[in-house]
Design a binder for this molecule. Structure first.
Ligand SMILES: Cc1cc2nc3c(=O)[nH]c(=O)nc-3n(C[C@H](O)[C@H](O)[C@H](O)COP(=O)(O)O)c2cc1C
Length: 200
């Protein structure tokens, strides 16, 4: 599977970290774009000093001892609106923005495309590919809610960072894996083992 993954500036770096950790072990190709706010919040929430998307990947590899190189991950600069993934002629299967700020929600909804995360999301929608947005804010104001409804109407999937607790998570990583697992299910990737299937 060929994916575009955006890390925007919302709290919840753990969601990006656990999703990318699992992605690293799955065969595929990933284009990663991290916003300056996304990198800043990652540093704050993990008490680290990474400066780019690839440094986030290295951090994840080191933290969880991931050696697999089955997923070819390449970074594209946030400001490079002329990068390969700015064009629909480059075919990727889906785009996931995790976590997704209300600012990125608003700009994707308005079609502004001022940076590469917004542009790749816009292209994903226009090419009728799967766009999964993982927003994190609380509480929502009516602007946030309208933007998310409008994005849903345009074909995006709003997958809020709202983990379930019925699987009895024991760690923060377990909680974040619930969200990562829901994304994998929507991408059609089964057998991820990120949480047990509910048996009723
Ligand atoms: C520590 C910190 C936490 C933040 N958490 C959130 C958040 O949970 N949700 C949100 O929408 N914005 C949050 N913001 C604000 C965004 O980072 C800000 O609106 C930024 O411009 C988003 O830019 P981006 O979407 O291009 O990454 C936070 C900012 C900081 C510094």
């Amino acid at each position: 599977m060929k994916l575009v993954v955006g890390i925007a500036g919302a709290s919840g770096s753990i969601y990006a970290a656990r999703f990318l950790k699992a992605l690293l072990e799955i065969p595929g190709e990933t284009f990663l774009v991290a916003s300056p706010a996304g990198i800043r919040i990652f540093c704050e929430e993990y008490k680290t000093n990474v400066g780019s998307g690839m440094e986030i990947i290295e951090f994840i590899r080191n933290k969880w001892g991931i050696t697999s190189d089955r997923n070819k991950i390449q970074e594209r600069p946030f400001s490079d609106i002329g990068a390969d993934i700015a064009s629909g002629s480059n075919t990727w299967d889906a785009c996931v923005i995790i976590p997704c700020s209300m600012k990125t929600i608003a700009s994707v909804n308005s079609g502004l495309t001022e940076n590469l995360i917004d542009r790749a999301a816009d292209v994903t929608l226009k090419e009728r590919r799967r766009l999964i947005l993982v927003p994190r804010e609380t509480p929502y104001n009516r602007i946030h809610l309208r933007n998310m409804l409008s994005l849903d109407e345009a074909g995006a999937i709003i997958l809020p960072a709202s983990p379930g607790f019925y699987q009895m998570p024991e760690t923060l990583d377990d909680i974040a894996d619930f969200i990562a697992g829901r994304i994998f299910s929507l991408l059609g990737i089964s057998g991820h083992g990120l949480f047990p299937t509910w048996k009723g």
